[in-house]
Design a protein around this ligand. Sequence first.
Ligand code: NAI
Length: 370
Amino acid sequence: MSDLQRLLKESWTLVEEDQDKLAGYFYARIFLGRPEVRDLFPVTMDVQRARLLGAIVSAIQTVDDPERFDEYLRSLGRDHRKFQVVPEQYEVVGAALLEALRTFGRGDWTPEYDQAWRDAYDVIARKMLAGAEADTNPAFVHAEVVSHERRGRDIGIMRVRPLQHLEFRPGQYVSLECPKYQPRVWRTYSIANAPRADGTMDFHIRALGAGWVSGALVRRTLPGDMLRLAAPMGTMAVDRRSQRDIVLIAGGTGLAPIKAIIEELATFNRTRWVHVFYGARDRDDLYDLPDLQRLASVFPWLSLMPVCSHDSGWGGEEGLLSEVVRRYGPWQDHDFYLSGSPAMIRATLRALNELQVPSMRVKYDAFADY
Ligand SMILES: NC(=O)C1=CN([C@@H]2O[C@H](COP(=O)(O)OP(=O)(O)OC[C@H]3O[C@@H](n4cnc5c(N)ncnc54)[C@H](O)[C@@H]3O)[C@@H](O)[C@H]2O)C=CC1
C-alpha cells in the first residue's frame, strides 16, 4: 500500500461513521456556493445523497490501481457531460469535500490527511476532465422506447432507439434517465446486445421496489416514452487477439453485457470454445434462457450451463455461481468475463484465484451509480 493510500484509508476511518451527516454537509456547501448546481440534482435528494460522495470516495480508494482507475475516471468524466458540468464546478465540489472532511474529522484531521485528499481529488478531477474533453460524442442522446416486455416476476426487457447514433462496444453500459418518471435521476444499465444496423439497444432491468428508477422502467414504461442515454462506459470488451477459450459468467440481470458479448462473438468467432454459466435464484428467474438455448443450438462453439441457487429439484445444476464454476474447473487457460452483483463478483474472483487463474485474464466492471 502506498503512503497516499494509507493516509486516505486511515483518515476515512475518522469520518466513516458520520457518512450521512458528512454527505448532507457536503451538498449544503456545494449548493450554498453555487445555487445553480442544485438544478443538476433530483428534486428530492434522499436517494441521491450518498451517491456523488460515495463515487468520489470509492474512486479515491482505487488510487493504487492506476490502469483500472484511469479508464474508469475517464469514462466517468465522459458520462458527467450529461450534467453539463463545467470545470469550475469540479473545484467547487473539491472544496466542499475537503471542508466536510475537516469538519467531521474534527481535532484528529491533520494537514497530512488534508494534502492526501487534495492530491487524490486533483488526480480524479484531471482525469475526468481529460476524458470529457477527449469525447466527441454528444453529452447525451434522446432515445425512444420501442418495445417493452415483462419477464417473470419483476424483470423487464426494454428496447430503445436512440435518435442520434451512439457508438458503443459490446460489454459496455450507459447511464440512463427517464425524465417522465424520475427527472435528473440517472442509473447505469448494461447494453444487452451488440451494435445493430437500426441502432436499437436492449436493457434487462429488475424492479427493485416502488419509486426507484428500475421499478418505473419495469412497471410503468410504455412504447413511445422518451429516455436520455449518456456516454457508454466500461472496459469489459472481448479481447479479439486472444486465442484462449472463453468462460462467461452471468448472475441474474448481469446477463445483459454477457449477452452482448455472445452476440459479438457470433459475428467473428469460429475457433474459441465459449462456456456460459448463467445463474439465477430459481427457474422463473432464468428470464432469457430460451434465447440463450437458441444461440447455443446455432453456434457449435457455444455451450450453456444454467444454474439455480435457490430451487432444489429444478432438474439442472444447483448452487451459487462461484461454487459451480469452481466444480467445473480447472480453467487454467481461459479468458473470463464476469457480470452480476458485487457479492457474486467477489465470490467468483476468490474461486478463480484459488483455481490459479491469472487475474489479468479476468474482466469485469464493478459499476457505480451516482
Ligand atoms: N455489468 C455488470 O456487471 C452488471 C451487473 N448487474 C448487477 O447484477 C446484479 C443482478 O442481480 P439479480 O438479478 O438480483 O441477481 P441475484 O442476486 O438473484 O443473483 C443471481 C445469481 O448470482 C449468484 N450470486 C449472487 N450472490 C452471490 C454470492 N454472494 N456468491 C456467489 N454467487 C452469487 C447466484 O448464483 C445467484 O443465483 C445486480 O446487482 C446488478 O447491479 C446487472 C447488469 C450488468
